[in-house]
Design a protein around this ligand. Structure first.
Ligand code: BGC
Length: 365
């Protein structure tokens, strides 16, 4: 009876284009040792506005990995809607996924979803963002404190190159409900605090940007620049926040004079770097992240425990989580080419219009 309802639901999902069909449901359950059950992996991405990466990179690379492995998958985007996030998760669970991978919108709703999955016998993975107090079997991400450290060091290098004297630094942090934003800040504040303490730099306005919202970031930065007109460096936590600050700096003709950081090596961020308006970005090879997560997910679906060599501590749940933490890379005008060579962004995407000449000057063909 229960199986009948589940199959009907699965048909419903298939009819709406949800799951990719190639599975054979007659096989045994995972964990029985027979390992014949086809994996069905559900992935929930957070939104498509806080960073271009989720739709242009994560979805693409996860899809590639699942297709190559020949497993069923269903990748959906919650579009920054917490209620939708929960609904998608419930549909995936009733639709028969045996692994659920999430990028939480905050730890509270993330935890609710992970707990529901667990109760239904679905294995879980925290992808990119750790759910504090959560119960995921694995966490796959980058070393996020290292990301922040690269941002801090990048800003210091740009200010040193510009021979800035006692620069006032503004900090545009990510969303306070994203544990990554906390880790990024830990990384860059570690670098900047030494400069503040030695009075080489002056600490200026420092604010979180709710939900990483780019429009909010523009408003916040405009207020910062009004209250502190001589801001001389901007630590922006990702390319979208950085671009919001650059747009405000442009109004005062300060773009290119005040270095701004970023993260994600988005086309927009790389173009801002080629223009000289952005000092650096952090490239995270999302393909490596997607491949690592897909591999663990497929193992879990088959009832296997994958091998991970790292662990992170969830300070809220007070537990050690098996993790894969990849290494980020700093990108400036000098090595934008590396992002292209890695296949993350194409020449056709980056070198449009006026950027053709700038690409050529940066050695990108
Ligand atoms: C990710 C960043 C991204 C940000 C906004 C963070 O959790 O690690 O890559 O820019 O969320 O989506």
């Amino acid at each position: 009876m229960r199986k009948g309802i589940l199959s009907l639901m699965a048909v419903g999902v298939l009819a709406t284009g949800g799951l990719t069909a190639c599975g054979d449901d007659k096989a045994a359950d995972p964990g029985t040792g027979s390992n014949t059950k086809k994996a069905k992996i559900g992935v929930i991405l957070p939104d498509s506005k806080s960073s271009a990466r989720w739709e242009t990179a994560d979805r693409k690379y996860l899809e590639q990995a699942f297709k190559t492995a020949g497993v069923d998958y269903d990748i959906q985007n919650a579009q920054n809607d917490k209620a939708a996030f929960q609904t998608i998760a419930e549909q995936m669970i009733t639709g028969g996924v045996n692994v659920l991978m999430i990028v939480n919108l905050d730890s509270g709703t993330g935890k609710a979803v992970l707990d529901k999955a667990k109760a239904a016998g679905v294995a879980t993975i925290d992808y990119d963002r750790l759910t504090l107090g959560g119960s995921a079997a694995y966490y796959v991400s980058f070393d996020n404190v290292a990301v922040g450290k690269l941002q801090g060091e990048g800003l210091v290098k740009c200010l040193t190159d510009a021979k800035a004297s006692k620069p006032i630094i503004a900090e545009l942090n990510g969303s306070q409900t994203d544990n990554n934003a906390t880790l990024f800040k830990q990384g860059y504040d570690g670098v900047l605090k030494a400069k503040y303490d030695s009075a080489e730099y002056v600490k200026g306005p420092d604010q979180w940007v709710a939900e990483w919202d780019n429009t909010t970031a523009g408003t916040v930065f405009e207020q910062m620049l009004t209250s502190t007109p001589n801001i001389a460096g901007v630590l922006a936590a990702n390319d979208g926040l950085g671009n919001a600050a650059i747009n405000i700096l442009k109004k005062q003709k300060l773009n290119g004079k005040v270095p701004v950081t970023g993260q994600d090596a988005t086309v927009q961020g790389l173009q801002n770097i080629l223009n000289g308006d952005q000092c650096m970005t952090v490239y995270k090879a999302v393909k490596q992240e997607a491949d690592a997560a897909a591999k663990l997910a497929i193992g879990l679906a088959k009832g296997e425990k994958g091998a991970t060599s790292q662990k992170v501590t969830d300070p809220e749940g007070k537990r050690e989580v098996d993790a894969v933490l990849l290494t980020p890379k700093s990108i400036t005008k000098d090595n934008v080419k590396d992002v292209i060579d890695d296949g993350y962004v194409t020449v056709a995407e980056l070198c449009t219009g006026d950027f053709a000449a700038k690409c050529a000057a940066a050695g990108i063909k």
